[in-house]
Design a protein around this ligand. Structure first.
Ligand code: ATP
Ligand code: MN
Length: 470
């Protein structure tokens, strides 16, 4: 058991700050953020990750023994402190601890401890990802991720969705959603070759090429076509060779899939979902959200409240193209019907034309995946992307093609092999139903909710091109 404290008597800082201070004896522990000395007083700020705020600890006229311990207390040190909880005369805090006993559990020598009082750049903090959770920003992000994860499950559970665990290793290049990472046990220096000189995967672990999944969707469809409504929430991998502020090689994705649901019910679900999550966050992480509003993205709270309170705009891809071309704006990537929307176009639509989230539907079939339901016009598919200001695409989804022969045709058009999808086609062969779903990138959501600029700063240990330490 713990040698330094009895767990039962330790109070978390979050509770201490809201307790009424009636000189009760308390014990707290955590990491020291800052320390100040004056003649007979030693102050330090203690944080234990339970909330953004620190609790102030004051030692008045410490005994020589306590003074010796206090001398070892520096920014970053871990301590256990006992004392009485008293009303604080200082501004911005209700209570403080008047220390009577102190244990320095682990020192953090100031000459070598990398996190000192000054504000460090996010670039620098990425290099010390093992210490950055000890900062205000990264502590707040960890709590926001936790709150959102919990709310995601609650949202679906309240609506009778089943949580389905889809595989991380996959043998199908599911949807050509992105470049895939290969999973293999073949020796990299001399893999077995076929008579044609290419790698022979028959001797590989799975007896065939295998990859890390880019999406759980196809597997989720299998379960939706039996259990009606399901969702996945797991890691996804894309060997994106792009160094953007919104792409990771490993990210978490939430993918609901709903039977007996068309694109309209899918849009309603996506909109309800985002509004629910943001509203929950504003309510239950208010201190952290206030911090992001003040220090990271001024105006953040106002924009999120508007999103929670108003309906999203819904336009077709064709209307989006018209809005972009008639704007007279000079875009880096030219706009024309048939070309995919680039991030600059998505930002323009959400920030300048509609000033809020926009759902764009019915994209040209050439730029979307084979499984999206073909519209009657034969040119467009029932895709729906949710775009938000500052970020662009946050959700990508569609109504799925439920007609067997159309789906077979689309698979071939997309240059894929029908035999590889025999099980996926079976879902249309036996008891086919209209169904729809979408993927929400968890880190994009966290980015949007916190106003953080770079997606590498909203995941604890980012994996991106040329970056995978820790
Ligand atoms: P984008 O066009 O922004 O690269 P995409 O169209 O490739 O995204 P989808 O295949 O539709 O993305 O994936 C669904 C969702 O997953 C996206 O809306 C986004 O929120 C998220 N996402 C996709 N790629 C990444 C990535 N590399 N890193 C983080 N999130 C991602
Ligand atoms: Mn997409």
């Amino acid at each position: 058991m713990c040698q330094t404290t009895d767990h039962k008597t330790v109070r978390r800082v979050r509770d201490l700050l809201t307790l009424s201070a009636e000189s009760q004896t308390v014990t707290a522990r955590g990491w020291v953020r800052t320390k100040r000395d004056s003649k007979h007083l030693v102050f330090f700020e203690l944080n234990d990750g339970s909330c953004l705020s620190n609790v102030q600890v004051v030692f008045e006229n410490p005994t020589p023994e306590a003074a010796a311990d206090l001398a070892r207390v520096q920014t970053g040190a871990s301590v256990v402190v006992s004392g009485t909880l008293e009303p604080s005369p200082a501004r911005g805090q209700k209570t403080e601890i008047h220390g009577t006993a102190l244990t320095v559990v682990g020192e953090a020598p100031a000459d070598v401890y990398p996190l000192q009082k000054k504000r460090h750049s996010f670039e620098y903090l990425r290099e010390i990802a093992h210490l950055r959770p000890r900062t205000n920003t990264f502590g707040a992000i960890a709590r926001v991720r936790n709150q959102l994860s919990f709310a995601i499950h609650r949202f679906f559970q309240e609506r009778n969705f089943l949580y389905v665990h889809t595989p991380i290793i996959t043998a199908s290049d599911a949807e050509g959603a992105g470049e895939m990472f290969r999973v293999t046990t073949l020796p990299p220096d001399a893999p077995p070759k076929s008579e044609f000189g290419d790698v022979d995967f028959s001797g590989d672990f799975f007896g065939r090429p295998a990859y890390l999944t880019v999406s759980g969707q196809l597997n989720a469809e299998i379960y939706a076509c039996a259990l009606d409504r399901v969702y996945t929430f797991g890691p996804t991998f894309r060997a994106e060779n792009s160094n953007t502020t919104r792409h990771l090689a490993e990210f978490w994705m939430i993918e609901p899939e709903v039977a007996f649901c068309d694109i309209h019910c899918n849009m309603d679900l996506a909109e309800d979902f985002l509004r629910y999550l943001l509203s929950d966050l504003l309510q239950n992480c208010s201190e952290d959200m206030e911090f992001f509003n003040q220090r990271i993205q001024p105006g953040l709270l106002d924009t999120l409240r508007v999103v929670v309170d108003s309906a999203f705009h819904r336009i077709s891809y064709t209307q989006a193209i018209e809005a972009l071309t008639s704007s007279g704006r000079d875009f880096e990537f030219p706009v024309s019907w048939g070309a995919d929307l680039q991030s600059e176009h998505e930002k323009f639509l959400t920030e300048e034309v509609y000033r809020g989230p926009v759902i764009v539907t019915d994209y040209p079939r050439e730029i979307k995946a084979f499984y999206m339901k073909l519209n009657d016009d034969g040119r467009t598919v029932r895709a729906m992307d949710v775009l938000v200001p500052r970020l662009g695409e946050i959700i990508g989804g569609s109504e799925r093609e439920a007609d067997l022969s159309t789906l077979e045709r689309r698979i071939e058009e997309c240059g894929l092999n029908r035999d590889d999808y025999w099980w996926y086609l079976d879902l249309r062969r036996f008891g086919s139903v209209p169904h729809a779903g979408f993927g929400l990138g968890f880190e994009r959501l966290v980015q949007y909710a916190t106003g953080m600029q770079n997606i590498r700063d909203v995941i604890p240990f980012p994996r991106a091109v040329r970056s995978a330490e820790f």
